[in-house]
Design a protein around this ligand. Structure first.
Ligand SMILES: C[S@@+](CC[C@H](N)C(=O)[O-])C[C@H]1O[C@@H](n2cnc3c(N)ncnc32)[C@H](O)[C@@H]1O
Length: 213
């Protein structure tokens, strides 16, 4: 869901650097051939992720939730020359699709794809991250935050996607709606955590920007 009216979203995209030809093809072919293409970050959010990565110049990025590899390519643009991005997804059926686009990019050898459940893979990572993008199953946002916190350097950043959850965060919540309940709990947890500073950025479906103090 976009929170801006469509004409303002169009205007914002028209005044944002365009996607590369590779990203445009990946975006278009995801929409044409892959289930649930709304999951892809897209032009505006993709350029934002790239811009944030360029501002941070991370040496290590962790992405939780690869999907077709669009946001991984955007984030990897800002890596230092010796930097690497690790991206995790439990859907092995997406691997060939994502890799076929990464292989067309000079960033291909900087992207490591780990297949499996994020909650099992993260504890096995022996890395210190500068930037983490949480964009997988929203019910586990809080768990992923806890698992990565000690692996994030002080001053490092976490971005968590879809924290406005199509606007459901401000509507009455049914007890059976476990996703919205989890997103609300995550946002509250971050807001109350004295170890971080945070900004809830109302871009697209909402991005929680978190800086570890
Ligand atoms: C919203 S999509 C990611 C979109 C991608 N970051 C982008 O912006 O283009 C979420 C992805 O998380 C993956 N996922 C969901 N639950 C997971 C889990 N428990 N462990 C690992 N990956 C998971 C899904 O398979 C899906 O590909």
């Amino acid at each position: 869901m976009d929170f801006l009216p469509a004409d303002l979203t169009d205007y914002a995209e028209a005044h944002t650097s365009p996607e590369s030809d590779l990203l445009r093809r990946l975006n278009r072919n995801t929409r044409a051939h892959v289930m649930a293409p709304r999951m892809l970050s897209g032009h505006l959010q993709g350029r934002l992720l790239s811009m944030i990565a360029w501002m941070i110049r991370p040496r290590r990025i962790l992405e939780i939730g690869t999907y077709t590899g669009y946001s991984a390519l955007c984030l990897a643009e800002g890596l230092t020359d010796d930097g690497r991005l690790i991206t995790i997804d439990h859907n092995e059926e997406l691997e060939d699709f994502a890799r076929s686009y990464w292989q067309q990019s000079p960033l291909n050898d900087r992207i490591e794809f780990r297949i499996g459940a994020a909650a099992e893979i993260i504890p096995m990572l022996d890395e210190t991250f500068d930037l983490v993008f949480i964009d997988a199953d929203k019910r586990n946002n809080s768990l992923y935050f806890d698992l990565i916190f000690d692996k994030l350097r002080p001053g490092g950043f976490i971005l968590a996607d879809n924290v406005l959850w199509s606007g459901k965060v401000t509507a009455p919540v049914k007890s059976s709606d476990l996703d919205t309940t989890a997103v609300l709990a995550f946002n509250q947890k971050i807001q109350e955590d004295p170890r971080v500073e945070n900004v809830l950025l109302p871009v697209r479906d909402g991005i929680m920007m978190i800086r570890k103090l």
